[in-house]
Write a protein that binds this ligand. Structure first.
Ligand code: GDP
Ligand code: MG
Length: 370
């Protein structure tokens, strides 16, 4: 259903249509310039040409032709970003708390932990894992719908006493659609009525073949309340992360995504930002959605003030002019004049979209103008 003509895409990319046709042919999609291709193919093609899909705001997407891709030699390993999904009451919150609690007890935290929408834990080998503290497929699909692909790994929580339920299946579908690898956490195995094997069998019906059944999807039995299996779960994440070889360039202006934002009575607008590339520093000038500002202070998930945050690090940022929305892109720019310009542009686009047309989402962006 979502489609764009090769011609139109070429125009937007600032490339020659013939070059796109050639590249498509090589990708195994022989089409002519007037024919349409679907969104996935278009995205592949955009990447193929070294362009990025630039989301100026939720309602406006354009293709950045500056080929702003970090060179291979600038990339350094970064921690995986993990989202927990699953049916209501299957233990998502309990599991997040248990994992966080385990790392607090191991003496990592400097005392008070605070809720900033994401947190990090350290593994025995000193590597880190970032958990998005906003469980549920809604947050996940909403972010994705806004073009913010922040999750590297999904943990699908299934209660062993309840099995697969409607939201479990939705979570599976969202994860598949996003192309994000999954680890299954079979929770509540402490319960006498727990049937972990039944969960594995039910997963087969959705083409999820866990290792225990001879497949490749890691499955771990856990109990969030009894705190068992948590080490195994972290190991599974570590292994999956190794396979993914996650990397980012830390030595550039920071870019990331707003995970959470709110207005604090005392401190003004606050946003938790997940840095995705570059390093964010106190004093940096930025645009977050249609709001701009200068980083006054940054606070990590342990409540500590930090001076900088690199790729995959979540920090709460002080110094915004207004409250952005979750999923908004966060971009460091060279100066305040530029920040205002970009913010005003985004605001203008938003206002215009609001008065003239139905909102255009990333899901239908390719068909919107076709
Ligand atoms: P969520 O809706 O997925 O976030 O689920 P919660 O974390 O709120 O858990 C729902 C209920 O299940 C709560 O009453 C938890 O105490 C309980 N629960 C969660 N994990 C476990 C577990 O491993 N074992 C047992 N017996 N109960 C659990
Ligand atoms: Mg919950």
């Amino acid at each position: 259903p979502e489609a764009i003509t090769v011609q139109e895409l070429a125009k937007r990319m600032g490339e020659r249509g013939a070059d796109l046709v050639k590249a498509l042919f090589k990708m195994g999609t022989p089409v002519t310039i007037t024919e349409t291709i679907d969104q996935d193919t278009a995205e592949l093609l955009i990447e193929e040409f070294g362009h990025r899909i630039n989301r100026v705001s939720e309602a406006d997407i354009d293709i950045d032709t500056s080929t702003d891709v970090d060179a291979e030699e600038t990339l350094k390993p970064r921690p995986p970003v993990v989202t927990i999904m699953g049916h209501v009451d299957h233990g998502k919150t309990s599991l997040l708390d248990a994992i966080r609690g385990a790392s607090v007890q191991s003496g990592e935290a400097g005392g008070i932990t605070q809720h900033i929408g994401a947190y990090q834990v350290s593994l025995p080998d000193k590597s880190k894992v970032t958990f998005l503290d906003t469980p549920g497929h809604e947050a996940f699909s909403e972010m994705r719908a806004r073009g913010a692909n922040v999750t590297d790994i999904v943990i699908l929580v299934v209660a062993a006493d309840d099995g697969l339920r409607p939201q479990t299946i939705e979570a599976i579908n969202h994860t598949k659609a996003a192309g994000v690898p999954m680890i299954v956490a079979i929770n509540k195995v402490d319960k006498p009525e727990a049937k972990p094997q039944k969960v594995r069998e039910e997963l087969l019906q959705h083409e999820i073949i866990v290792e225990d059944m001879g497949g490749e999807v890691q499955d771990v039995e856990v109990s969030a309340t009894k705190k068992t299996g948590l080490d195994k779960l972290l190991e599974a994440i570590e292994l999956q992360a190794e396979i993914l070889e996650l990397k980012a360039n830390p030595d550039r202006a920071a870019e990331g995504t707003v995970i959470e934002a709110k207005l604090d009575k005392g401190r003004g607008p606050l946003a938790t930002v997940l840095v995705q590339r570059g390093t964010l520093r106190v004093g940096d000038v930025f645009v977050a959605g249609a709001s701009s500002g200068k980083v006054r202070a940054m606070i990590d998930d342990k409540g500590r003030q930090v001076k900088e945050a690199g790729p995959s690090f979540p920090v709460e940022v002080l110094g915004l002019s207004a409250v952005p929305s979750a999923g908004d892109p966060f971009t460091v720019v060279e100066n305040e004049a530029r920040a205002r310009e970009v913010a005003d542009y985004r605001k203008g686009v938003l206002d215009k979209k609001r008065t003239t047309a139905a909102p255009v989402s990333i899901e239908n962006m390719f068909s919107a103008h076709a």
